[in-house]
Design a protein around this ligand. Structure first.
Ligand code: PMP
Ligand code: GLN
Length: 398
């Protein structure tokens, strides 16, 4: 029998940093501010709806595109937020997480040699999903400490091979929310070069005033060339349910659905029913969610500043990127491991979110910390940093 091994195509992709750091955190008994999952659950009413669906008759395949009621509610919320109207039947699709939607988009729309521009650091599934179609992610850097991009550098990256922009705002890991000028620039580039645009908006509800989220799809000339990809994971604090969704003109939606049929066919029916209840929550739910995260954000930034990191409060998401130059000169992967084992606080090394992590690791001294955690968890992280700082063995894990 031939020895099983990962196919050539996938050889450059090892274990995801999220699995690596969570495993390290668990092994060290460290506070896990690495992987971005809340350490609390979303509203009980959503769970109850999923439980009722399980106990009832929602246990067989859903329509491949998603439960009609969920798609209707998603279309209605999109219309009320952005003014964009999507036909729930032909332009809204439910996926097993934004991850699957991104995979279907990149797999279905691109071919070997195509280039897709994204802002580096970028979420780790982008290169893998692009690579699966033979396309390549070209990174344009958001540079610390403000994480803005250089428009001239962006324009230079556009070549005849460029087929699309993959824009993630609010941005993981930096927390940037693109402002009006940046969005206008991106729109102008897309229109001038006739590019498709895929917007990853999974943190759309986690934006802190005065920043505001506006989808690029709502700008003139953009609806017909744009796929909006988002997820219920962060908005409703059920990351393990993996219910994502996409909006797009019928021609683009048809491509996604073709791939979706043969990846998962449909997403878990009772969990879609849970999200039907989620989409019926009032605006107060979203306000409370943001208020809670704002308090956690401010606490985490203070903790990091108190312990010698340099960090700014992010405009969106539940991540803070912090510079640790004053604490260590180790590369970020080594430092993330050291912080986990010695201070018992786990974070993500930012260099992994680049096409060339080695090169990025040599020049960046940045870690990403997640604040989608209870205030007590964040306080435990502070206590651990304090103990490690005074040279004592840190013991306060969660
Ligand atoms: N995009 C970004 C920027 C993310 O941070 C994540 C993390 N979950 C995803 C996509 C994937 O979302 P989901 O969990 O719904 O697959
Ligand atoms: N999006 C989450 C993060 O950035 C993790 C997703 C995952 O574990 N694949 O931390």
């Amino acid at each position: 029998m031939p020895t099983p091994s990962v196919s050539r195509k996938w050889q450059s992709f090892g274990t995801s940093i999220f699995s690596v750091m969570t495993q390290q955190a668990n092994a060290a008994g460290a506070v896990n501010l690495a992987q971005g999952f809340p350490d609390f659950d979303g509203p009980q009413v959503i769970k109850d709806a999923a439980i009722a669906a399980l106990k009832g008759s929602y246990n067989q395949y859903a329509p491949s595109a998603g439960l009609p009621e969920l798609r209707r509610l998603l279309a209605a919320r999109q219309a009320s937020k952005s003014g964009l109207s999507y036909d729930w039947e032909s332009e809204v699709t439910v996926f097993s997480g934004a991850t699957e939607a991104l995979f279907c988009a990149l797999q279905g729309l691109f071919a070997p040699g195509d280039e897709i521009i994204a802002f580096a650091p970028f979420f780790d599934c982008y290169p893998a999903a692009a690579y699966s179609s033979g396309a390549k992610i070209i990174g344009v850097e958001l540079r610390a400490p403000d994480f803005r991009f250089d428009p001239a550098e962006f324009a230079r990256q556009i070549t005849p091979r460029t087929k699309a922009l993959l824009i993630n705002s609010p941005h993981n890991p930096t927390g940037r929310v693109f402002d009006d000028d940046e969005r206008r620039f991106l729109r102008d580039m897309a229109v001038a070069h006739d590019l498709l645009v895929i917007t990853d908006e999974v943190y759309e509800e986690l934006v802190y005033a005065p920043a505001k989220h506006h989808t690029l799809a709502a700008m003139p000339g953009m609806r017909e060339r744009t796929l909006i990809i988002s997820s219920t994971a962060k908005t409703f604090s059920f990351t393990g349910w993996k219910i994502g969704y996409a909006f797009g003109p019928k021609a683009l939606t048809d491509v996604l659905r073709t791939v979706h049929q043969y990846t998962v066919f449909c997403s878990a029916t009772p969990l879609q029913m849970g999200m039907v209840a989620a989409l019926k929550l009032q605006e107060a739910y979203y306000d409370d969610l943001r208020r809670g995260y704002l308090e956690r954000r401010n606490l985490l930034v203070k903790i990091l500043l108190d312990h010698g990191f340099r960090a700014k409060a992010p405009e969106g998401t539940y991540f803070v990127v912090a510079d640790y130059t004053q604490r260590s000169q180790l590369g970020d992967l080594d430092y993330a491991l050291e912080l986990t084992t010695r201070a018992k606080v786990a974070a993500i090394p930012v260099s992994v979110f680049y096409n060339d992590p080695k090169e990025a690791g040599q020049r960046l001294r940045l870690l990403r910390f997640a604040f989608c955690k209870g205030l007590d968890t964040l306080s435990s992280a502070a206590a651990n940093l304090q103990l490690a700082g005074t040279g004592e063995a840190a013991t306060v894990g969660t």
